[in-house]
Ligand binder design. Structure first.
Ligand code: ADP
Length: 152
């Protein structure tokens, strides 16, 4: 089974994440959306909310599973029997950040990271911008899937 883990905070999931996940579906038998839990980090949406957003958004997609993990992503991948990590690239800043992590994960655990470049028109989407707009009372509906809008 060709299984990939897509790790992230998903605080909240955006249409940018959805773009990457949908385009990766033909490449894998299963994609696990894995919310990394970091107790030092402050999130806008609770873990339960973020889980619900992911589950609701992909409820009709049997190849997508949702999970949470603590600790190293590669350790989660081993437990999940996933040989691949999926990540999205928006720009050179993402690339520089991801390159080091991808190289380390390959060396550490022999896990390949598969990168998809955001579709045109999707590269400006980020969870940070969504949180800023929401904090200031703006409309986020054009940036996130329906599951997030209905709660936000
Ligand atoms: P993290 O906390 O690891 O940064 P995020 O949830 O912010 O987690 O992002 C997870 C992954 O989704 C990263 O690989 C990021 O580059 C990618 N991503 C986020 N937004 C987009 C987008 N608009 N287009 C492509 N990839 C994206």
């Amino acid at each position: 089974m060709r299984r990939a883990v897509f790790p992230g905070s998903f605080d909240p999931i955006t249409l940018g994440h959805v773009d990457i996940i949908e385009r990766a579906l033909p490449l894998f038998d299963e994609i696990i959306l894995a919310i990394g839990v970091n107790s030092d980090k402050k999130y806008m949406f609770s873990l339960e909310e973020r889980l619900r957003f992911l589950n609701e958004t992909f409820k009709d997609e049997p190849k997508v599973k949702v999970d949470t993990y603590k600790g190293l992503t590669v350790d989660f991948c081993k437990r999940a029997e996933a040989k691949f990590i999926l990540r999205g690239l928006r720009n050179t800043i993402d690339f520089e950040f991801e390159r080091t992590i991808g190289q380390t994960n390959l060396k550490m655990a022999d896990i390949e990271t598969i990168f998809l470049i955001s579709s045109s028109g999707k590269g400006h989407l980020s969870s940070t911008v969504v949180r800023d707009i929401k904090k200031n009372g703006g409309d986020i509906s054009f940036l996130v899937p329906k599951a997030v809008v209905s709660k936000a």
